[in-house]
Design a protein around this ligand. Structure first.
Ligand code: F6P
Length: 322
């Protein structure tokens, strides 16, 4: 290759800048010109593509967000739009693409590579950690630590007042942030998207609170699909005589400086993406499994690998700690 491009797409995630930096610098080290596409797939469609140098990625490894900006480009679901993007790239002499984003962005990358034949390497960049083929995604560790920081503060006030707090964390339909935060934050309950909440679910809480004289309690709720869920749970708890407080952490979890873990993960994935292109991979994602990077076909990113029994291990750890 003599020219490749890189873009960030979908919800931003801390560490995306570190990944962009690694792609640009590895490409340059390999004698390849690298271009940055602005605003995700929208920039591909509009031709908002600019040359990048080693200096243009200076001083960004520690910054949250993405210097390339991001977008959820619904237009890219249309085949004609994907061909328009392909023409824009080929007119500029760009021969391959690196896409950093979550499952929707990687689905777009897969279609684009299959239809046009242009080599594409995806990097899992999402705080949700909901790409089953990979043990980890860029931004997840930072989001967990940001949420934990907030939860530790909430516990202080919850304890002072002996209150029940419901804290909602992000993750779309997956409960990875909620389960890690629940364990690390010493929560009393974790409500995952698949958890069935019944009228007696928090019975144990009432008994314990009476026994320990109004002790505080922390319930982590994964956002899931039902926006009203946390309010419904609060309603149930009120009926049981508690005075719950709700805290929705929301987009605070998407911002901030990436942790060391995310910087290293993103740097490794960015560098490997260029190496994979040079090795002839062209419709793949850089995944990580048991600490090692591997090329996962974009067709298979939704298949959980057998060793990663993340949910099972959460269940057994949770039972031990309660
Ligand atoms: O996928 C990342 C994520 O932050 C999810 O956890 C959340 O459900 C969603 O994006 C929010 O999207 P938006 O920023 O478009 O509101």
């Amino acid at each position: 290759f003599s020219r490749i491009a890189v873009l960030t797409s979908g919800g931003d995630a801390p560490g995306m800048n570190a990944a962009v930096r690694a792609v640009v610098r590895t490409a340059i080290a390999r004698g390849i010109d690298c271009f940055g596409v602005h605003r995700g797939y929208s920039g591909l469609v509009d031709g908002d593509i600019r040359p990048m140098t080693s200096r243009s990625v200076k001083n960004i490894i520690q910054r949250g967000g993405t210097i390339l900006k991001s977008d959820r480009c619904l237009e890219f679901k249309e085949q004609a739009i994907r061909w328009q993007a392909y023409e824009t790239l080929t007119e500029m002499g760009i021969e391959a693409l690196v896409v950093i984003g979550g499952d929707g962005s990687l689905a777009g990358a897969r279609l684009f590579a299959k239809e046009t034949g242009m080599p594409v390497i995806g990097l899992p960049g999402t705080i949700d950690n909901d790409i089953p083929a990979s043990d980890d995604t860029i931004g997840f560790d930072t989001a967990v630590n940001t949420a934990l920081d907030a939860i530790d503060r909430i516990r202080d006030t919850a304890d002072s007042h002996g209150r029940v707090f419901l804290v909602e964390v992000m993750g779309r339909n997956s409960g990875h942030i909620a389960s890690e935060v629940g364990i690390a934050g010493g929560a009393d309950f974790v409500v995952l998207p698949e958890t069935e909440v019944r009228s007696d679910t928090f019975q144990e809480l009432s008994t314990e609170r009476t026994r320990f004289e109004e002790k505080s309690a922390l319930i982590i709720v994964a956002e899931g699909e039902n926006e009203q869920r946390i309010h419904q749970i609060a309603g149930d708890l009120k009926q049981q005589g508690h005075e719950p407080r709700i805290c929705i952490l929301g987009h605070t979890q998407r911002g901030g400086s990436p942790t060391g873990h995310d910087r290293v993960l993103a740097s490794g994935m960015g560098a490997i993406a260029v190496e994979f292109l040079l090795a002839g991979y062209g419709c793949h994602m850089v995944g990580v499994r048991s600490g090692a990077f591997f090329a996962c076909p974009l067709d298979e990113i939704h298949l959980a690998h057998p060793e990663s029994a993340a949910e099972q291990s959460f269940d057994s750890l949770w039972r031990l700690l309660k």
